[in-house]
Design a binder for this molecule. Structure first.
Ligand SMILES: NC(=O)C1=CN([C@@H]2O[C@H](COP(=O)(O)OP(=O)(O)OC[C@H]3O[C@@H](n4cnc5c(N)ncnc54)[C@H](O)[C@@H]3O)[C@@H](O)[C@H]2O)[C@@H](O)CC1
Ligand SMILES: Nc1ncnc2c1ncn2[C@@H]1O[C@H](COP(=O)(O)OP(=O)(O)O)[C@@H](O)[C@H]1O
Ligand SMILES: [K+]
Length: 520
């Protein structure tokens, strides 16, 4: 049993799930006003810790009509008692009962309250309690104008629960939205905060844990889960520690099929990604002319030179004597392949081995017809598309640019594959409707070759999986986590411009070593 904090930190909820969880807490007897007091007290203390020198400065409190506004008003009151100079913005005529009571009391204490946002233009910090997970409609007219005005000031803003204006589930901007410096997400992570297009609004996000009972979380989210990948889950999935008595073939035999005369670098980077996974035996099938290059870069790997097409793609797989596809624990195909290698992709698709398809492997699969082709497979298939490849693979599914989680879920359900949709917040789904989201990454990865490294890493981990009883989707999630953590470490040392894919591969072991040390 994981510690409570870890379980909470792994959970992501939709607005409806959060409503259902709250309803259970209130039905069990927790008074709404008491919970608001508790939550707002926690927010207040975090604001104080983050902005300790505000005694002489002023804080603007943006309040909406619902309980998000109520939370903000309690924070306003506490800041006032601590000696902060507080001003309230409240422009809604109809407030929820509790929110209205808090506003009345704040005013009775002499805290000024304004209907015009201009009155807060001299504040040093703003607390955004306009809307939380109760936002339902697109923001228009006066409130939209006020938010645009606030954003134009470029002041520090702490958003309560979500930056007001973001859709709780999709992270879409509903008309306009607050650009927060910090977001204090309340109780459980809201899905919208982990969707790519929300990121430029969210700022630094942190969870304010207000002791939601795990039983209520369990009862509501059940098996239809969206998991946030954490260091704990990732480390528990790695093939570590190794058994004392083992040998190279017991630690996974991976076959990579990649590269062409035109794209030789992709094969090298995929090989280097596989190397850092620690896989026992690495075989790499490339066009014959690439063999010397690969041998020079990866002396430990078995490089299989294959006959070439006229264009320099692999024409046929020529495996060593006594070897066939069933000799491998996993196969990955795609990086640098070109579409001229279509027969090879067809051949591995008809094998019974766990298979990872990336890059041209995906483009060829799309040409063959993704869903009917995959329906014929018995073994595990993993697809690792970016949004462009995703659209080619699944042209009839929802746009992955709009709601990435919905898109990846439907893709996995329809294809039966495990689908990893790349992006700033990579999302992974299996066909049983479970989703994993990688919550931390860096735009340092947004450059050619990063994805090839991920494919190698993931394949190497998958090949080693047989020795531990761990689900494939968790291994995919771990690969995404490790890839991002390596990039974060590299970016921290070298800036976001210093993380070319080759350099990235040097950061996997240092980041793992320090996380592993922390654990043991
Ligand atoms: N009950 C409590 O004490 C707790 C409150 N919490 C806070 O409560 C929030 C949820 O509260 P609510 O359900 O009241 O919802 P919100 O405060 O998020 O907003 C809902 C209110 O806004 C109105 N509204 C929705 N869309 C609108 C639009 N486009 N234009 C104008 N008005 C619009 C609704 O009619 C409703 O009055 C959470 O985000 C959180 O901040 C929880 O975090 C913790 C427990
Ligand atoms: N803005 C970003 N923030 C975090 N990670 C990113 C960002 N952009 C791209 N990535 C990651 O970089 C990798 C890019 O892979 P891909 O698009 O396949 O590129 P390539 O094929 O050139 O290697 C993916 O793992 C993706 O999640
Ligand atoms: K808010």
């Amino acid at each position: 049993m994981l510690e409570r904090q870890e379980q909470i930190s792994q959970t992501i909820v939709t607005a409806q799930q959060m409503r259902d969880i709250e309803a259970r807490i209130f039905a069990a007897g927790m008074p709404v006003a008491a919970l608001m007091e508790k939550v707002a007290g926690l927010i207040f203390r975090r604001v104080q810790a983050l902005y300790p020198n505000l005694q002489t400065q002023s804080v603007g409190i943006l309040t909406g009509p619902g309980h998000n506004g109520g939370d903000a008003l309690v924070v306003a009151r506490e800041l006032h008692f601590c000696g902060y100079d507080v001003k309230i913005y409240s422009s809604f005529s109809k407030l929820k009962e509790l929110t209205s009571q808090h506003l009345q009391y704040a005013q009775s204490l002499g805290i000024p309250c304004y209907e015009s946002i201009e009155q807060l233009s001299d504040c040093d910090l703003l607390i955004d309690g306009l809307f939380g997970f109760g936002l339902e409609r697109t923001l228009t007219s006066a409130i939209a104008q006020a938010i645009n005005q606030i954003n134009s000031w470029s002041k520090p803003v702490v958003s309560i629960d979500l930056p007001s204006g973001l859709h709780t589930d999709t992270g879409e901007v509903l008309g306009t939205a607050i650009r927060a410096t910090h977001t204090f997400c309340l109780g459980l992570w809201k899905l919208g905060l982990l969707q790519d297009h929300a990121l430029e609004y969210v700022g630094k996000a942190e969870l304010i844990d207000f002791d939601i009972p795990l039983a209520d979380v369990q009862a509501v989210v059940g098996t239809n889960r969206i998991h946030r990948i954490t260091q704990t889950t990732a480390l528990s999935t790695l093939p570590l520690p190794r058994p004392a008595v083992t040998h190279k073939y017991k630690e996974g035999h991976l076959l990579l099929i990649c590269g062409s005369r035109r794209y030789s670098g992709g094969a090298i980077l995929t090989g280097l990604g596989a190397r850092v996974s620690g896989v026992g035996m690495l075989s790499i099938a490339v066009p014959e002319s690439l063999k010397p290059l690969l041998v020079a870069q990866l002396p430990e790997a078995l490089i299989i030179g294959c006959p070439e097409t006229q264009t320099g793609a692999i024409a046929s797989l020529q495996l060593p004597e006594n070897t066939d596809l069933s000799s491998f624990n996993a196969i990955a195909i795609g990086p640098g392949l070109t579409r001229d290698a279509t027969p090879i992709v067809q051949q591995v698709l008809s094998s019974d081995r766990p298979l990872i398809l990336d890059a041209d492997g995906l483009n060829i699969l799309a040409q063959m017809g993704t869903i009917p082709t995959l329906q014929k497979r018995q073994a595990v298939t993993i697809l690792t598309p970016h949004a462009g490849e995703f659209k080619r693979l699944f042209p009839d599914l929802p746009d992955p640019m709009k709601d990435r989680v919905r898109a990846v879920r439907e893709a996995a359900a329809q294809s039966g594959a495990i689908v990893l949709l790349k992006g700033a917040r990579t999302a992974i789904a299996n066909s049983q409707n479970s989703v994993w989201i990688n919550p931390e990454s860096t735009p340092a990865l947004a450059r050619g070759g990063s994805g090839d490294v991920l494919t190698g890493l993931l394949s190497g981990l998958l090949a080693q999986a047989k020795s531990k009883d761990i689900s494939v989707e968790k291994i995919v999630a771990t690969a995404a986590w490790w890839h991002s953590q390596a990039a974060i470490l590299a970016g921290g040392e070298r800036t976001e411009l210093g993380v070319d894919a080759f350099t990235l591969t040097n950061y996997f072991i240092p980041v793992l070593a320090s996380a592993w040390k922390e654990l043991n």
